[in-house]
Design a protein around this ligand. Sequence first.
Ligand code: ATP
Ligand code: LTN
Length: 329
Amino acid sequence: MQKPIIFSGMQATGIFHLGNWLGATRNWARLSSDYDCLYCVVDLHTLTVRQDPKALRQSARNVLAWYIALGLDPTANILYYQSHVPAHAELAWILNCYTYVGELNRMTQFKEKSAKNEENINAGLFTYPVLQAADILLYRTHLVPVGDDQRQHLELTRDVAQRFNQAYGDIFVVPEAYIPPMGARIMALQNPERKMSKSDDNQANCVFLSDEPDVIIKKFKRAVTDSDNQIRNSPDKPGISNLLTIYSCVTNRTMEETCAEFKHTGYGDFKVKVGEAVLEALRPHRNEFERLIKDTAYLDGVIADGARKAQALAVPTLIKVKEAVGLPI
Ligand code: ATP
Ligand code: LTN
């Protein structure tokens, strides 16, 4: 690999949503020509919440197909399943021994997810950020494009890398997060104080990329706004601001351009226009997804190829780490 390295990943629960696309994948595709990139389906992370085995296998495949459909060319980027490269789990074990319980206790995602899954607060949920650090550090990654909710995990990754380097020399690259200036935190349509999330109990909050067109329009029509009928981007107007952000992202306009465009529009028309713009931007990607998901042989080839390439890059770092800590090689 010649260029600086990008690593990012997404869990294997298949319902790709607008936040995932605008906060993460869209930037992956944009950055990918200036970097050597690995985009992983983090299926081991997905096991921290109980999954139906058959559904998980299908969802993981869907996520990988969406990566390609959303513009990641598998000949130019390494696309693969985390569980196909055992070095992730091996490095995660080693890094567990260099991460403090106190640090993991502070992770807001852990607090939120354990509140949501009270019956299953497993050790994997607790050490989830360590596996994430291993994903990133294994490839001597420079840049990690993610949505705003991953900021804290990236900080932890940097702390662990620095701690390890301090003890053993220059083994890891200390990575930077790339959090996009717009779209890093798409909010739930019915509750714009909360982020759009695939594990939301209310489906009306979340626009899935595979929703039928009429469902997408309906979800936007029902989006919560406010009562003063002014289209402005402002913290006291979270619903409207979220819709303005979504529209700006999918039409590649600046926030100023979008605000000017809708200055004299009523809320009802505005919401339909946002929905239509989302549909329009998604259309080619949706068609490509439909085509790809049926092409079993092609997807199998991409998956096998990705695993082989990622494995070849991961092993040298793992060997360095083992040497450093005193494990036999
Ligand atoms: P869950 O809701 O179950 O936690 P998720 O929807 O956050 O899942 P992930 O697979 O955890 O999905 O996230 C994949 C990527 O999408 C990450 O980079 C994350 O920061 C980004 N992302 C997720 N939700 C949003 C959102 N609402 N706005 C912007 N980016 C988001
Ligand atoms: N925790 C991340 C998914 C993830 C990830 C990574 C993102 C796992 N490993 C490495 C970037 C780099 C999430 O989006 N919930």
